[in-house]
Design a binder for this molecule. Structure first.
Ligand code: DAH
Length: 345
């Protein structure tokens, strides 16, 4: 019996020495010391031994167990340490490597222009207002002195959803909404940047485009206020040397009405292909708020007067940044947008 105990012990210690990983160690442990292990089997046979042999053999088995357990623990610790070292090696972070390039987005040219305009007008005490893009015929036309059947409706090819609802063709719709919401309260000073829709589609027109509207209503508002405001506005956006020209025009919601041209910023007014050799570029519609519009929306035209103007933001952005095709503003081509990743324009 002593012999077989020693044999088991030596064989097991040998196996431990040759084991290659934690799993093999565990298998060796089970084979020697587990419930059905070789040494356990010997312990189970103790009952068959003589009184005399029992303590001797018992001590031998226990010693063998202790030695095996010690070697197993040693081996386990060694393998665990190896594993940790391997992990540390493979997961090493080289902090001196260059980092991944962070691609920064840029502000869309339209948003740049809108923000610039908002900042300017807010600094002059205006509110920034908005209204629904799905608008009623009433607010888009009727309350702006454009009753059903009015010939001026032909100027704006509209997307009607039903006979009453359409995609707004002009941000002027918000003028009527603001007046109706404030009814006789003044002063009104607002700008309305927003999306508008018309049935057109070519290099300079898009079915969806952007306008900014301005409305001021108070006592004693005159054409001088309109002119001064537009001068500040245009010089701020297009440059100090910009000149303005007012041409008489017609809009149903203003009287008198004007179309406003700015001196060509490409040639400075000398004449070039951009201004078609006229030196001027047509940019805005403007005028004094029509008394009918004031009356219809709750303001007494004998007490109050106002001015309004509206302009296409896409055109403005195109002129400002020298963009030749309006569709570039809507395609989100990274190569195009990247050019606006600058703070100095
Ligand atoms: N709403 C007009 C358009 O889309 C532009 C316009 C003209 C707006 C005169 C105004 C205005 O506020 O007074 O063509």
């Amino acid at each position: 019996m002593e012999e077989s105990i020693n044999e088991i012990k030596n064989k097991t210690l040998d196996e431990i020495l040759n084991a290659k990983n934690l799993q093999e160690i565990e298998e060796i442990r089970v084979k020697a010391l587990g419930k059905k292990g070789e040494l356990t089997a010997i312990l189970k046979m103790m009952g068959t031994l003589s009184e005399e042999d029992r303590p001797k053999i018992g001590a031998l088995v226990n010693l063998a167990k202790a030695q095996i357990t010690e070697k197993i623990t040693e081996a386990e610790n060694r393998f665990k340490e190896e594993e940790i070292n391997k992990k540390l090696e493979t997961e090493k972070i080289d902090v001196t490597l260059p980092s991944k390039k962070i691609i920064r987005g840029s502000k869309h040219p339209l948003n740049r222009v809108i923000e610039e305009i908002e900042d300017l007008f807010v600094s002059m005490g205006y509110d920034v207002a908005s209204g629904p893009e799905l608008e009623t015929d009433e607010y888009c036309f009727e309350r702006l002195n454009l009753p059903k059947g009015h010939p001026a409706r032909d100027m704006q090819d509209s997307f009607y959803i039903t006979t009453e609802y359409l995609l707004r063709t002009q941000t002027s719709a918000v003028q009527a909404r603001t007046l109706m919401a404030n009814k006789d309260k003044t002063p009104i000073r607002e700008i309305v940047p927003g999306k508008t829709y018309r049935r057109e589609d070519d290099a300079t027109h898009s079915h969806q485009f952007n306008q900014v509207e301005a409305l001021v209503v108070d006592e004693n508002i005159s054409f001088a206020n309109l002119k001064a405001t537009l001068e500040i506005f245009m010089k701020h956006i297009l440059g100090e040397n910009t000149k303005l020209r007012f041409r008489p025009s017609y809009f149903p919601f203003t009287e008198p009405s004007y179309e406003v041209d700015v001196s060509c910023f490409k040639c400075g007014g000398k004449g070039c292909n951009l201004c078609k050799n006229t030196g001027w570029i047509e940019l805005l519609g403007a005028g004094m708020v029509h008394p009918n519009v004031l009356r219809m929306n709750g303001y007494d035209p004998n007490k109050y007067s106002g001015f309004a103007f509206g302009t296409g933001l896409d055109r403005l952005a195109m002129f400002k940044y020298g963009i030749t095709d309006i569709r570039l503003l809507y395609e989100n081509d990274i190569r195009f947008l990247k050019q606006f990743d600058r703070r100095d324009i």
